[in-house]
Design a binder for this molecule. Structure first.
Ligand code: PMP
Length: 363
């Protein structure tokens, strides 16, 4: 039997929605269109697209955009480093200390290490930093991922101060929306909103003018702005996303995620070997009801003392997951992606059911 790769966060889960909306979401670009680096108003970013993003946030109620600046990036990945550049202190004798809370998205570390900047340095986990560092006036930049990748928690800052809110998953299909995020620096991505990771588009919402100007400088020097074709395609997709106040997209996406969680938890309820993260109900302002989160990933824990490599346990059932150490956590945990295609999900359920039935046969 071949292995099922259910490790990556490739968000193909909304393919069906976009097939149903093919006529409204397709783009045809003539050869002469948008050849310039800039728009006619001399900006690098489409003001029409910015208008639709603000409208989307006001419909969903997940971020305050009034009086805030906005910058587009090549995915939110580009904006994560732009944020470090914008928040780090250039004139300080020592680099800003970059922190995140375990389990954290590994890209924060990889990007910081790759850029090898004199202005910022990755220092790992907030909790160990707190217990090992006596000086609390050190310059810290903290990544707060809310909801978190991999465990779906709505994280809060541990250190405080300069904070980058990564809201990649702060959409009603993954979490109840308790209210609009009102932070100084918030980063969003199209990838986990509509599922178009390949389009490579993200945006930052920024309160402070100086920070905004540093973001713009970064985008200008790194890339001379982002693709106009991408911006046009995103505009077309968002116009569909906000149709009927976003209800068709978010209802379908939520139902799909909830069904996946119901089926996964039903299989896991028969297991003593594997467990999954606890989910707590919250009021969702967008759907106007209290509901459970349905995160993009299942954070599986192997319960038995001897099963300290959960990824290997899952691999016995031909399921390839992403091990805890990838997120600087213990390998007793492993992440399964629930946002891949329907076929991948069906296979995951089938293989997990077989794994759990083997467990029960051996009792
Ligand atoms: N932040 C988090 C927490 C993510 O999980 C991801 C993608 N897996 C990203 C940012 C980057 O997304 P993108 O570059 O596709 O916008």
């Amino acid at each position: 039997m071949w292995h099922l790769y259910i490790c990556s966060g490739d968000p193909i889960f909304l393919e069906q929605f976009w097939m149903q909306n093919e006529a409204y979401s397709s783009v045809l670009i003539p050869g002469w269109h948008r050849m310039s680096y800039r728009y006619v108003d001399y900006t690098l970013m489409s003001t029409e697209l910015e208008y639709y993003i603000r409208k989307l946030h006001s419909i969903v109620g997940n971020a305050v955009t009034e009086g805030r600046y906005m910058v587009f990036g090549v995915g939110s990945s580009q904006l994560l480093t732009a944020a470090l550049y914008a928040l780090s202190s250039e004139n300080s004798s020592s680099p800003s200390n970059v922190l995140a809370t375990i389990p954290y998205y590994p890209m924060y570390k990889s990007q910081t290490v790759l850029f090898n900047s004199e202005n910022f340095d990755f220092r790992g986990d907030t909790n160990s930093w707190q217990s090992n560092t006596s000086t609390n006036n050190l310059d810290v930049i903290e990544f707060v991922t809310s909801p978190n990748n991999p465990d779906g928690e709505l994280k809060k800052p541990i250190i405080g101060g300069k904070t980058i809110y990564d809201h990649a998953y702060f959409w009603p299909h993954f979490t109840p929306i308790p209210g609009p995020s009102d932070r100084d620096l918030m980063i969003f991505t199209l990838s986990k909103l509509t599922g178009h990771a390949g389009v490579r588009f993200g945006w930052a919402i920024i309160k402070d003018k100086d920070v905004y100007e540093k973001f713009l400088n970064y985008i200008m020097v790194a890339d001379l702005g982002i693709s106009k074709d991408t911006q046009l395609r995103v505009l077309k997709l968002l116009k569909v996303a906000i149709k009927d106040d976003g209800k068709p997209l978010f209802q379908l996406a939520y139902n799909l995620m909830r069904e996946r969680w119901d089926r996964l938890t039903s299989v896991l309820s028969k297991s003593t070997r594997f467990s999954v993260q606890q989910r707590h109900p919250l009021h969702c302002n967008f759907f106007n009801e209290t509901r459970l989160p349905s995160p993009a990933y299942a954070w599986i824990k192997c319960e038995k003392e001897e099963d300290d490599d959960c990824g290997a346990m899952l691999e016995e059932g031909k399921i390839i997951s992403r091990s805890g150490s990838f997120f600087s956590a213990k390998d007793r945990y492993s992440r399964l992606s629930l946002i891949k295609s329907q076929d991948d999900f069906e296979l995951l359920i089938q293989r997990f059911t077989e794994l759990v039935s083997l467990e029960n046969d051996s009792i």
